[in-house]
Design a protein. Structure first.
Length: 184
């Protein structure tokens, strides 16, 4: 079913919206959650939370890109679950590694002020200044929390090349953030 038809089902408050969303995007959302949590039960709960959040926010919100909307919801629920699961200790896995890599761009999240959405908008603008493949590598690593080896395999690159791309992009991102008012 087309995304716009699924969104129309939400606006009609038709419960088929959830069934159609799950049928089309369950695997996508589970991949995002599993990359962050590495736990099937927690990931399934996050995907269920995503479906409930979609039901509760559509309407009034009409997402332009349903997959991105669902991906963002899943990622946020997964990050919150990861934080809760690892409140007493530093967590392992690709999610923690990717956060450590980004530390060189954003050392202290408290410097973001009251509007973390602004950071997302500025990073999106930065990404659209980059070549498509580099942008996709960045998103797979820092949004989907995929491993370097999985990214390398997907793009048919060496792991060294993926690391190099990510390093160059982080190196370019830091001054871009500063230039746009995100002081580090």
């Amino acid at each position: 079913m087309q995304d716009n038809k699924i969104v129309d089902l939400y606006f009609a408050r038709d419960e088929q919206a959830i069934a159609q969303t799950s049928a089309k995007y369950n695997t996508y959302c589970m991949n995002i959650a599993m990359n962050i949590l590495h736990n099937r039960e927690d990931s399934e709960e996050c995907v269920n939370d995503t479906l409930l959040a979609a039901w509760n926010s559509i309407p009034p919100h009409r997402p332009e890109n349903l997959s991105a909307f669902l991906g963002k919801l899943t990622r946020n629920f997964s990050i919150n679950r990861h934080k809760a699961n690892h409140a007493e200790r530093r967590g392992g896995g690709e999610f923690a590694l990717s956060l450590e890599e980004l530390d060189e761009c954003i050392e202290d999240p408290r410097t973001l002020g009251d509007d973390p959405e602004e950071l997302g908008r500025i990073i999106s603008e930065f990404l659209y200044t980059q070549p498509k493949e580099m942008r996709q590598v960045f998103v797979r690593r820092y949004f989907h929390s995929e491993s370097i080896s999985d990214i390398a395999e997907y793009f048919d690159m060496t792991e060294s090349k993926v690391k190099s791309i990510l390093h160059r992009m982080r190196h370019s991102l830091k001054p871009y953030l500063t230039e746009h008012g995100i002081h580090i």
